[in-house]
Design a protein around this ligand. Structure first.
Ligand SMILES: O=C(O)CCC(=O)C(=O)O
Length: 283
């Protein structure tokens, strides 16, 4: 089915990844299978359940009424603070390569969260992740989600539902009538990564199975001139902050200097200087 057309085998030569990146640019999404072996995906899932316990033990609720219709969706935040396994996944070369494909070289980690859709869970509101952080018009990809599938994901267990080509929607009014009727599932095996342009309109599916959880991690990245969804200085404990290496500190935007990428390019262009130099020589 169409939902698997962009599936490439990451164990094939670079061609597969090139094909996935081309699909991501053109269609707004791609699936890269077998990034994690099944046993690795299962091990990360175990750590995710432990992270959910830790999150609750911090007095936080894994049910967010603002997002989900009932507590069968288990939301876990603060993953990067809770367990180094998530600090490893968020910077995996394959993830960063997919991010660069849409955002170019300058981006930040905006958030890293989990949504486990358990049997009985329902859909949230339709949205695009870019629309949650940037007002319209949405003319370019300024954000992207790299979604780690820790279980098999299919329509019945609540696969994320998306509207094909909705990355071309620049304003809410262009979404058109009855957008929910155009939703299709992202289907993938455990261990796959799904990359989704921040402009793609989507929602969580309903899990109508009797006993099959659907567990996804959402690595969200945005252009470096956008404020990340969370303040990493507030989310990460002093111990975790002190242990960060320079690359991860930079990806989290935690150094003293911020938002200079656009300015550096502009200043290097020497706008106005060339003209005054010419005028000077005329005198
Ligand atoms: O869990 C899903 O399938 C989608 C979640 C989502 O879109 C969100 O939390 O913003």
């Amino acid at each position: 089915m169409e939902a698997t057309k962009a599936t490439i085998d990451s164990r094939q030569a670079g061609d597969g990844l090139a094909q996935a990146r081309a699909h991501l640019r053109a269609e707004g999404w791609c699936v890269v299978p077998a990034v994690l072996r099944p046993e690795e995906a299962a091990a990360v899932l175990e750590r995710l359940w432990a992270a959910a316990d830790e999150f609750r033990s911090r007095g936080r609720d894994t049910y967010m009424a603002r997002l989900d219709p009932n507590p069968s969706n288990v939301r876990v935040f603060e993953l990067l603070d809770i367990d180094p396994v998530f600090r490893d996944l968020i910077r995996r070369p394959i993830a960063l390569e997919l991010v660069r494909t849409l955002l170019g070289p300058e981006f930040l980690i905006s958030n890293f969260t989990a949504n486990i859709a358990r049997p009985g869970s329902g859909s949230m509101s339709l949205h695009s992740d870019q629309a949650l952080v940037v007002p319209e018009p949405w003319l370019e990809p300024w954000s992207i989600n790299v979604i780690w599938c820790l279980t098999d994901v299919y329509f019945e267990n609540g696969a994320t539902l998306f509207i094909p080509r909705s990355h071309e929607v620049t304003r809410l009014a262009e979404l058109g009538p009855d957008p929910a009727a155009r939703l299709r599932p992202f289907e993938a095996r455990a261990g796959s990564v799904i990359a989704m342009d921040g402009r793609v309109w989507h929602t969580s599916g309903a899990n109508v199975t009797a006993d099959a959880d659907r567990a996804l991690l959402f690595g969200y990245y945005s252009r470096s001139f956008l404020r990340p969804q969370v303040n990493w200085n507030a989310v990460l404990s002093p111990q975790v902050q002190n242990a960060l290496d320079p690359e991860l500190r930079e990806l989290l935007g935690m150094d003293a200097v911020a938002n200079r990428g656009v300015g550096a390019k502009l200043l290097a262009a020497n706008v106005g200087r060339e003209a005054s130099a010419t005028q000077g020589s005329v005198k």
